[in-house]
Design a protein around this ligand. Structure first.
Ligand code: NDP
Ligand code: 8X3
Length: 252
């Protein structure tokens, strides 16, 4: 069994779920987080056959629950070697004058503040040990703003800035920090963005080959398995059909 422990937020679906599976196959010890208990239970029984798994149920917006859960990790899981800040989502796709305040708050609270709370809970032990690896899941939306993307793009630009800030401030402790910034990946992302409108969500990925969450999991595994002196600081990955946030070659 691989001796390293990986904490993955948003492990119940999409990129986080595929990453959990990829790391389980390699025998990493896993701390898997999310809010949907039924999915956490399934992960526990399925991946538990391959490696040691602990599941944590918290909303990343609830800072007390985040701090309580991470500070109470049982000894076998308490040393977090790798933190994958993945939980996040988009809510709505509206012009700035029509966007809902609740959607804006959800995106900033989850994608930015939630990522900070989890990091704040894990960082002291990494700093004390002078070791650790943090991977922040950003987005092409953190590199480029697209029409109606306004606040989601702002949240991912914030992740980009936090990623850079973490790397600067944690440099003296030898902690590796890097971001993986995907373009279009077919997950539950658009279903959440369009509030359960499956037809609209499916249309986002129609007519071209979008990235699969497994593609991103592969890349994350590659990033963490580089020798210690190699830090992949900022990686952008898009489907071949995608040239930018707004240019996607579709065969209709
Ligand atoms: P999914 O919707 O499939 O997965 C999102 C995950 O985040 C789920 O496991 C969900 O679990 C968890 N999550 C969402 N909100 C919260 C919350 N408030 N508290 C705790 N956990 C939460 O989407 P993706 O896999 O696509 O998204 C993962 C990350 O990748 C996000 O940060 C997203 O912004 C980013 N990304 C996605 C791209 C795409 O095209 N799909 C492209 C670029 C970046 P649960 O509901 O159980 O809590
Ligand atoms: C998710 C990709 O293009 O929908 O971050 O913003 S996109």
């Amino acid at each position: 069994m691989n001796k390293k422990t990986v904490l993955i937020t948003g492990a119940t679906s999409g990129i986080g779920l595929s990453t959990a599976k990829a790391f389980a196959e390699k025998g990493y010890r896993l701390v898997l987080c999310g809010r949907r208990q039924d999915r956490l239970d399934k992960l526990n029984s399925k991946l538990g056959k391959q490696t040691k798994v602990l599941t944590l149920n918290f909303d990343v917006r609830d800072k007390q629950k985040v701090f309580d859960a991470i500070s109470a990790l049982p000894e076998a899981f308490s040393t977090i070697d790798i933190l994958i800040n993945n939980a996040g989502n988009a809510h709505g796709l509206d012009p700035i004058d029509k966007g809902s305040v609740e959607d804006w708050e959800a995106m900033l609270d989850i994608n930015v503040k939630g990522l900070l709370y989890v990091s704040k809970a894990v960082l002291p032990q990494m700093v004390a040990r002078k070791s650790g690896h943090i991977i922040n899941i950003g987005s092409t939306a953190g590199k480029e703003v697209y029409p109606k993307g306004n606040v989601y793009c702002a949240s991912k630009h914030a992740v980009d800035a936090i990623n850079q800030g973490m790397r600067l401030d944690l440099n003296e402790f030898g902690i590796r920090v890097g971001a993986v910034n995907p373009g279009l990946v077919e997950t539950e992302f658009s279903e959440v963005r369009f509030k359960g409108d499956k037809e609209r969500a499916d249309s986002v990925y129609r007519g071209y080959q979008a990235l699969r969450p497994e593609d991103i999991a592969d890349i994350i595994l590659f990033v963490v398995t580089r020798p210690y002196h190699v830090n992949i600081a900022d990686l952008v990955v898009m489907p071949t059909a995608q040239a930018s946030s707004t240019i996607v070659k579709k065969e209709l």
